[in-house]
Design a protein around this ligand. Structure first.
Ligand code: ATP
Ligand code: MG
Length: 423
């Protein structure tokens, strides 16, 4: 036998037992976005490599070591998108959606990063994200946080906390950077290799280090909050007041700087302790400079992205997951019933829109068909054998309720099914 081909490491199939959970999640997202007046945007999976280098930043984990970059047959340098914000800004500029307009957008789909695969960290993973353009006040930051909080509530997700920080204006950050560099230089012997390099190229990112050996030293580092400009401070206070007013609790985390270069002012993450090291399920913030940096007119912008695999894993650990089931399994006994069975099934689908029904195909004994009916999760089996055909009726067997089987005549069948589906 030939050796079978496997999927690429870190890239997973969603199998039929799981796809239903994805669909339910996606339905909640769609309805939530509609409820807040956000509209979907769909971007290509592949972009010019340049787009990500110019937006995410050269000295970030993503651009330094995680991108799937290749040359196509024309010799163009392309990259599988590692995140959605850069593409969204690119599309917004290209199609004139951003200048002097308010846009509330969302997207979802696969992202690609060449990371070390482990629980909650994959090479193809899925994000749902929102991006809002054209609003520079913190009321919209609060709206985005409210949307994410409502999403957890609608999914029934528990045990997630909101961490909040502000990165200040670009000027305030530059001033703070100098203070931080001085502190880090005084503690050089404790910095790992990555951090020593970042100290030269992008010192703020040292705060983002996940190395536990550096935690204590970084906890004692001077905090950005103490170096903020007045406007950022006021905006941050307003955001906190809005969250207090709507009863959303948060923790200020002065070390929260986010791993991408384009953030300023508000940044936030939703975090759980239930997923091991991969505890951030959702992350976002303001990125007022990015549109201009990518060639558009200066436009305020804010958004978040969440990791769908991490949220589904958290849901799975917290609750019974619904399985995809059908209402009806149609059992067809004897060759004569096969064609007639398809006709009856089509008539039922015409008469009762939304009914979920499997029509048995492939013959077999009553016993084997009833086994399949049971396994399908259907509430009833509709049994048609030659007897039933002759008498123009079907036998209904209840699979989940303690009820006697009944016969239903052909002309009453639609009404019967309609009632059954209604519950
Ligand atoms: P991390 O610190 O965990 O690497 P990140 O800061 O790189 O996350 P973002 O770029 O902010 O992540 O992406 C937003 C969200 O997407 C993350 O909070 C996480 O839930 C999810 N995510 C990021 N990378 C992966 C991955 N490789 N596999 C699965 N989910 C991911
Ligand atoms: Mg990462």
């Amino acid at each position: 036998m030939a050796k079978s081909i496997q999927s690429i490491r870190g890239m997973h199939d969603v199998l039929p037992d799981d796809s239903y959970r994805w669909q339910s999640f996606e339905t909640v997202i769609r309805q939530l976005m509609a409820a807040y007046g956000y509209r979907e945007i769909r971007m290509p999976l592949v972009e010019s490599t340049d787009l990500f280098c110019r937006s995410i930043g050269e000295v970030t984990d993503i651009v330094e070591k995680e991108m799937y970059t290749f040359e196509d047959r024309n010799g163009d340098k392309l990259t599988l998108r590692p995140e959605g914000t850069a593409s969204c800004v690119r599309a917004g500029i290209q199609h004139g959606l951003l200048h002097n307009q308010v846009q509330r957008l969302w997207y979802s789909g696969p992202m690609f990063r060449h990371e070390r695969p482990q629980k909650g960290r994959y090479r193809q993973f899925h994000q749902f994200g929102t991006e809002v353009y054209g609003i520079d006040t913190p009321d919209i930051d609060a709206e985005l946080i409210l949307i994410s909080a409502r999403l957890w509530q609608q999914l029934g997700l528990k045990g997630v906390r909101l961490e909040l920080n502000t990165l200040g204006s670009n000027e305030a950050r530059a001033e703070y950077k100098q203070v931080l560099v001085n502190y880090l230089n005084d503690h050089r012997e404790q910095l790992d290799e990555d951090s020593l390099r970042r100290l030269e190229t992008n010192p703020l990112r040292v705060l983002d280090s996940k190395n536990p050996a550096m935690k204590e030293m970084l906890d004692k580092a001077p905090a950005l909050v103490d170096h903020l400009d007045d406007e950022s401070k006021q905006q941050f206070d307003k955001l906190k007041a809005s969250l207090d007013a709507v009863g959303i609790s948060y923790i200020i985390n002065p070390r929260l700087v986010r791993g991408l270069d384009y953030y300023c002012k508000t940044v936030f993450e939703w975090v759980t302790d239930d997923l091991g090291a991969q505890g951030t399920i959702c992350a976002g913030g303001r990125y007022d400079g990015l549109v201009e940096q990518l060639g558009g007119k200066a436009t305020p912008a804010v958004g978040f992205a969440l990791g769908m695999e991490r949220i589904l894993a958290l849901l799975e650990s917290q609750q019974q997951q619904p399985a995809q089931t059908v209402d009806i399994y149609m059992v067809l006994i004897g060759a004569e019933t096969e064609v007639k069975g398809l006709q009856i099934a089509e008539n039922i689908r015409n008469a009762v829109p939304g009914v979920k029904m499997i029509t048995h195909c492939g013959g077999g004994s009553v016993k084997s068909q009833m086994k399949k009916a049971d396994k399908s999760g259907a509430g009833i089996a509709l049994i048609i054998a030659e007897d039933e055909l002759e008498n123009e009726q079907v036998t209904v067997k209840y699979l989940r309720q303690n009820k006697e089987q009944v016969t239903v005549s052909a002309d009453e069948l639609d009404a019967f099914i309609r009632n059954f589906v209604k519950g």
